[in-house]
Design a binder for this molecule. Sequence first.
Ligand SMILES: [Zn+2]
Length: 275
Amino acid sequence: MNSYTVILFVALILGFYFSHRYAWWKKAVPYKHPRILMYHMIREPVHGAKFNSLRVSPKNFEKQIKYLFENGWQFFTMTELIKTRNTLPEKSVAVTFDDGYEDNYTNALPILKKYHAKATIYLVVDRHNREWSSKRKKKNNNNELMHEPKLQDEQVEKLIESGIIEIGSHTLTHDNLPTLTIEKKHEEIIDSRNLIKEKFNIECESFCYPFGLYDEVDLKMVEQAGYISATTVEKGIDDFSIANPYILKRITLSGKDNFYAFILKLKMGRRGIKK
Ligand SMILES: [Zn+2]
């Protein structure tokens, strides 16, 4: 091979790689369909940690929220999104946080305020000193997420007082719902809602399945409990005129995404073919 052939070959390989990684040629999902963004922690990554995809740095988070603000996106809480589903403007977005990490208050709230944004936090009611990652995969038992500071109840109250945060339920203990008995499902889905209502004196209308896992019984129980929506971890963007509000897709924002990946995900629901 001469050097020209080598360069052409390398360019082709790179072309295929980036094409598969970013799939930029795909069409945007129409902007009349709202985007639901899924975050966990807003904090710096931890060197060598397993779950850094769940840690979006404050700098990157600010860049993303600023972009939404400056490009005509309108922020809604999950309840607002569902209740106004027939009259939503183009470029509607709901920012959601799972689990209830302390940085949602210390790091995310000031950024959300700065750009007049809103968000929904899906709170695990009994969230302190609890190891839940092994409920999905046994090998995930390194206690990394257990040691991550969670919101104190006083901080949840301050989030509510801000007027821009909705609190939803992410169950009582972040268990794996399809593996549970009816009694346990009841505790996780219904008791968690009642506890949030009583403890914080608010409505609790939004639900999020731990690990995105649910079965037919869970689905029915969530609806009968009085929630008006539930989100999964299935990647994508729903057409709200036909979507089942109890299995809503979301756009997964990872701490490993660059800004280009964020833009593509916002446009198409995912980055590339799979992510
Ligand atoms: Zn979770």
